[in-house]
Write a protein that binds this ligand. Structure first.
Ligand code: FAD
Length: 470
């Protein structure tokens, strides 16, 4: 009887899991292993994502048990645990799906070599992105640094079809104790999410049926529930990008009138692959600015302002709404992520790494590629980044994308009774309008911690000094 060990990482699903599929096809017995790898010098998972992970692993363990596969969860160094488990099981092979960060790749390569030296076969498979990062190349065989041509190339590629879930062999009874401590706010996150592979597939189907038609126009309006909210499912691989791609194409086939809307959605999904492209080809994107000149920027040390930003107390309603949505739900709408990140890095001139770190801890979809790449994009130091002089004005953005203030009213209830005209800028409301609605600036709601016009100019000067417009 031959045994294989499947090392699960960001791929907590049964279907379209090439490592699991191949191991199940080639071996009589399969054991799955998840390692809590914080000790390996890898970036520790943030608190909100750990909550998701805990739930997701329990869910996966139940599904694996249905097909006779036990899931073991261990904490420690994978370079010790993997070979020890493989030896203990007398496994002939270990399979895993690839990951793309430099440290992760180096670790995986070491483990592969170690296993092979011990006579255990080690196989890595593609499964976490639409196309392996090194296969999407410019005409000169180089990585892309601009999204649009990247997308043009990617959409013309044959994206591999998803593999089915392995067939069940025998049921097993399971007990999962993955030992994770729940962050203290975890209880409330559960109200907002259904976790696991089944929930991810349902979310995709519901999104295509009900929302995708309104996606291109509605995706920028944070009060409209038209985006897919698949990001945490993708983060943990409860659904694969390839499954989304092929389901979306089948949907286009059945509903050709919605092809344009689905295409827009897939182009956003392709940004995820573009982030992984950057993670793969660049050096530590969570620490190192991708444009070298940004290394010379003098960020401000402003702990009180950083704290006001983190806690949604900046006095700029849409920024505060976003930061409070993040804290309450582990998620923030994309447009508001851009606004809050721009406010921190441009108006407050606080280092993007501080914001990235906060998002990393609070987002259930905190992703090693998307989070740093997006922060660098907003800060201006990223690839294909917003030009440094594009500094979002959060008030005019609020007036444009949260026209009647529904989003602000939901997350900043102390402003809920303000008329639409002042909901994005209570600091411009006449005293009478404020007193009628019970808003006392500096008391029930903060005065703005930054003057938007002055701080915009300060940022422009700092970025121009850097030669950011060269
Ligand atoms: P949809 O609009 O339905 O898009 C579908 C999928 O496409 C998303 O789930 C995501 O995987 C991908 N996608 C969409 N937009 C982007 C984008 N701009 N960049 C990369 N991928 C995208 N996304 C994360 O998954 N994890 C993060 O940690 C993360 N941090 C971010 C930080 C900042 C400062 C900014 C500006 C953006 C960040 N994003 C991140 C990208 C984006 O905001 C989220 O992917 C999106 O809001 C998730 O919601 P959704 O699933 O409903 O998106």
């Amino acid at each position: 009887m031959s045994t294989a060990l499947v090392w699960l990482r960001n791929d907590l699903r049964l279907a379209d899991n090439p490592a699991l599929f191949t191991a199940s096809k080639q071996h009589d017995r399969v054991v799955a292993l998840y390692v809590d790898e914080a000790d390996d010098g890898l970036r520790p998972t943030g608190a909100a994502a750990r909550w998701w992970l805990h739930e997701s692993l329990e869910n996966l363990a139940r599904s694996l048990a249905e097909i006779g596969i036990a899931l073991k969860v261990e904490a420690g160094k994978s370079r010790d645990i993997l070979p020890a488990e493989a030896r203990g099981l007398e496994a002939a092979a270990v399979h895993w799906n690839r990951r793309y960060g430099p440290k992760e790749r180096a670790l995986d390569a070491d483990i592969k070599e170690d296993l092979r030296t011990q006579g255990i076969a080690a196989h890595s498979h593609p499964g976490n992105v639409l196309a392996e990062p090194w296969t999407v190349e410019t005409g000169q065989g180089r990585p892309y640094s601009v999204f649009t041509p990247f997308w043009k190339t990617l959409r013309g590629m044959d994206i591999e079809h998803p593999s089915p879930a392995p067939k069940g062999k025998a049921k097993r009874s399971i007990k999962v104790d993955n030992g994770y401590k729940q962050p203290h706010w975890a209880g409330k996150l559960g109200q907002h999410w259904s976790i696991g592979e089944g929930a991810a597939q349902e979310r995709l189907a519901e999104f295509l049926d009900e929302s995708v038609a309104g996606y291109p126009e509605g995706r920028d309006f944070p009060a409209r529930p038209v985006t897919s909210r698949l990001s945490p499912h993708l983060r943990f691989g409860e659904i694969s990008a390839r499954q989304i791609w092929h389901t979306a194409h089948a949907f286009i086939h059945a509903h050709p009138g919605k092809a344009g809307a689905v295409d827009k959605f897939l182009s956003e999904l392709a940004w995820r692959d573009f982030s992984y492209h950057q993670l793969y080809h660049r050096d530590d994107i969570a620490r190192v600015p991708m444009q070298a000149k940004f290394k010379g920027l003098h960020w401000r040390h402003a702990p009180a302002q950083l704290r006001a930003w983190q806690t949604g107390m900046t006095g700029i309603p849409i920024v505060d709404a976003g930061m409070r949505e993040l804290w309450e739900t582990g998620y923030m709408h994309n447009r508001v992520r851009m606004l809050t990140a721009s406010f921190l890095t441009k108006n407050l001139l606080v280092d993007w790494r501080q914001g990235e770190h906060w998002f990393w801890d609070c987002l259930v979809d905190a992703d090693e590629a998307n989070n740093p790449a997006s922060w660098q994009w907003v800060a201006g130091s990223g690839l294909d980044a917003a030009p440094y002089f594009r500094i979002f004005n959060p008030v005019t953005q609020g007036e444009r994308f949260d026209v009647t203030g529904d989003y602000v009213r939901r997350w900043v209830p102390e402003l809920a009774s303000l008329p639409d005209k002042f909901i994005q800028k209570p600091f411009e409301a006449p005293a009478e309008a404020l007193s009628k609605t019970g808003v006392k600036l500096g008391d029930t709601y903060p005065e703005p911690i930054a003057d938007l016009k002055q701080t915009r100019q300060r940022a422009l000067d700092a970025f121009a000094d850097l030669g950011a417009n060269d």
